[in-house]
Write a protein that binds this ligand. Structure first.
Ligand code: ADP
Ligand code: MG
Length: 339
């Protein structure tokens, strides 16, 4: 199914403008992530798609060719998964997953077959007869997903489904969820405030801020060609190098950086993974903090950027320079983003 959102907007009764007029198309089987900080309007848009929130006059929501804007949630055939799974704790996994089919009066034999199919896809067959209160957080999350997809909804809507889980579990489940969603081949909209989650799960990401959709694109597009400073910072924490630019040379407190032609009047951004320690580097600064994060060290270097700004870098290897030491750095101009 293709979801088409035209001019969707929402101002709440108290005057809060949660969503500015927004246009978006999600193709058949596509997984689109709505990504943005808390309060930017993600849930509001998801609830408008579901039919749980009535959008402002002039908004249009289409499922394929059908205009569903005035249609109540129970007539839209949407599957939903929320942060709080709202499972029936004393009912078995099987009964939870079959619930939506029973409500829709699907005959028992067909119901059983569909439930078995979904349980297997979600790797829940072995837990089918357990009550959901006896499951781990990750298993419950899979039950919530299985329950949402069992009635074969036209679209699956997920609102921060992983955020109630602890960090270690979340990373594994993220990849698992991505794999499961692809198996179902259902058009899906996945809300999150976590960029790594959005990148792992979505085919395309829509970055939102203050009720506005800033950019929509594949994860690598947003990473390499962000449309503005907000997207550059939000996707991959690009750091602005706000120095004085003269004849394609950027003058920073820590040294000079030769820029490619055409950079004039713009601000250069760089990501920590593209700043390297290099004894022959043209920049120098003082190591302020060093943290070890398993795969690499993360260094904050002072004295390179103006206004006491810190330049962060990732340093692979077994040892790192000490706090307080002077280091030289290099930045490949081709890694700079100009905005
Ligand atoms: P997100 O899901 O991105 O965190 P929401 O869509 O929940 O953001 O909220 C967007 C904005 O709308 C916020 O400022 C929030 O406080 C406001 N908001 C959400 N629901 C209501 C409501 N029922 N009445 C008034 N304001 C609301
Ligand atoms: Mg929300």
């Amino acid at each position: 199914m293709t979801l088409t959102i035209e001019n969707a907007a929402k101002t709440f009764a108290d005057g809060t403008r949660a969503l500015c007029p927004t246009n978006l198309t999600v193709g058949p089987g596509e997984i689109l992530s709505l990504l943005g900080p808390s309060g930017c309007g993600k849930t509001t848009l998801l609830r408008i798609i579901a039919g749980l929130e009535r959008p402002d006059a002039g908004s249009r929501i289409r499922f394929d060719e059908t205009d569903v804007t005035g249609l109540a949630v129970e007539h839209r055939n949407v599957g939903m998964v929320f942060q709080s799974y709202a499972l029936f704790p004393n009912m078995s996994v099987r009964a939870n997953v079959g619930y939506g089919l029973k409500v829709r009066k699907v005959p028992a034999a067909e119901r059983r077959q569909r439930v078995d199919e979904v349980l297997s896809l979600c790797r829940l067959t072995d837990y089918a007869d357990r009550p959901t209160h006896a499951l781990s957080g990750g298993q419950r999350q899979r039950v919530a997903l299985a329950r949402a997809v069992a009635p074969r909804p036209r679209i699956l809507l997920l609102d921060e489904p992983l955020s109630a889980l602890d960090a270690a579990l979340r990373d594994n489940l993220r990849d698992e969820l991505a794999a499961m969603l692809r198996q179902f081949r259902i058009t899906a909209v996945f809300v999150t405030h976590d960029q790594s989650e959005a990148m792992a799960i979505a085919d395309r990401i829509a970055v939102m801020s203050s009720g506005t959709m800033l950019q929509v694109g594949r994860p690598e597009e947003l990473y390499h060609t962000p449309a503005n400073a907000f997207v550059a910072r939000f996707i991959g924490n690009a750091m602005p190098l706000t120095g004085h630019m003269e004849n394609d040379v950027l003058q920073l407190p820590g040294g000079q950086l030769k820029l490619p032609a055409g950079a004039a009047g713009k601000t250069a951004y760089i990501r920590s993974e593209n700043v390297r320690l290099d004894q022959a580097g043209s920049l120098s600064g003082t190591v302020e903090t060093v943290t070890f994060s398993g795969g690499h060290f993360r260094l904050a270097v002072g004295g390179v950027l103006p206004d006491a700004g810190l330049l962060y870098l990732q340093h692979p290897g077994r040892t790192a320079p000490e706090t307080g030491s002077t280091v030289r750095l290099t930045i490949d101009p081709s890694d700079l983003i100009f905005l």
